[in-house]
Ligand binder design. Structure first.
Ligand SMILES: [Zn+2]
Ligand SMILES: [Zn+2]
Length: 342
């Protein structure tokens, strides 16, 4: 089968490799759509590999497809079913899992391999984190379940409430998914910032009340102005740079919450004012990855039409052009997510 293997920074190769063989508890899926992700782009450009990915590997982690083979011991899936699976599964046994923090599992199983004709799903992920796609949903939409699951987890942690003013830094795929969710949750006012006008236009279409071009205006100052001088109830950083993490702290009201969502480069730090924490009672939180229950919720939200992810899929390309697709994403003003088909 054709597959795109990542060997290192910007070293992505289309190769012919064997179709994986299923063993006990596993399923083999013919990939019908895979979507690009900010995480893919980050790993491709900057090489954050950590414990999440071991190279070389078939790249890509957001996908949906048809089951073509089922191993022994899988009573709940059959050939021909349309499915998607999460890119991870917790162990349920470790210290963090036993405390219900499944996203922080110390023995997380990660699944890469979406940019290929076939993907084999290991037993733990088949059991805990594979879902049947409702008939009316396209494969493209179903593939976007993963980032939406991550966003749902973050939003739940940040406890956004009805009527809140929410400021989102970054109008890329993750910022826009946050926007769709907080709009649905009944945020009173949504302020979003980015440096690309085209993205801000899309954000307005998707429900942002105010859109700030950070190249032309001071985002923190403008946010204060738009909130009567107070700052937002909740600020969400969806870029992953220390500078914007710090900027988020300047945009929040007293007693408000800052969700630092975007993952920064390794070994970076930010400065926090002790006065702001103490006298301003700012809550600062991070959010990492997600859990199987959030994957299920995310798929349900897409399937019910509560969250429409279609506007985020702005382009379609063939697997053979995946490298070009990632390069395009890095520079494009209008592309948010690209759907890849084998
Ligand atoms: Zn993703
Ligand atoms: Zn665990």
């Amino acid at each position: 089968m054709k597959a795109a293997l990542l060997y290192g920074i910007k070293d992505l190769r289309i190769q012919d490799i064997d179709v994986p063989k299923v063993e006990y508890g596993e399923i083999l899926v013919k990939v019908k759509a895979a979507t690009t992700c900010g995480t893919d782009l980050k790993i491709y450009q900057r090489g954050y590999v950590g414990g999440v990915i071991k190279l070389p590997t078939v790249f890509g982690h957001e996908w949906a497809g048809d089951i073509v083979d089922v191993g022994k011991g899988v009573p709940y899936f059959q050939e021909g079913m349309r499915v998607r699976a999460g890119n991870s599964s917790p162990c349920l046994r470790c210290y963090m899992c036993q405390r219900g923090k499944f996203n922080l599992c110390e023995d997380m199983m990660w699944l890469w391999g979406a940019y290929a004709e076939y993907i084999k799903v290991p037993q733990r992920i088949v059991t805990l984190n594979t879902q049947v796609i409702p008939d009316h949903l396209t494969y493209d939409e179903a593939a976007v379940t993963e980032p939406l699951a991550c966003v749902l987890h973050g939003i739940e942690e940040a406890r956004v409430k009805l009527g809140d003013t929410v400021a989102i830094i970054g109008a890329g795929p993750i910022g826009l998914l946050h926007l769709l969710i907080v709009r649905k949750m009944g945020a009173g006012k949504i302020i979003i910032s980015d440096t690309i006008d085209e993205r801000l236009q899309l954000a307005r279409k998707l429900g942002a009340d105010e859109a700030i071009n950070a190249k032309k205006e001071d985002t923190a100052e403008k946010t204060k102005k738009l909130t009567g001088g107070y700052g937002a109830d909740v600020v969400i950083e969806a870029i992953g740079m220390p500078a914007t993490w710090e900027q988020a702290l300047k945009m929040v009201r007293k007693g408000g919450t800052v969700l630092e969502f975007g993952g920064c480069p390794p070994q970076t730090e930010i400065k926090i004012s002790t006065e702001q924490l103490h006298y301003g009672e700012t809550t600062i939180m991070g959010a990492f990855h997600t859990t199987p229950s959030h994957f299920k919720k995310a798929l349900n939200l897409i399937a019910s039409g509560a969250i429409n992810v279609k506007p985020l899929i702005t382009n379609h390309v063939k697997l053979s052009d995946i490298k070009q697709a990632l390069e395009t994403l890095a520079t494009s003003k209008t592309d948010i997510k690209i759907a890849i088909s084998p």
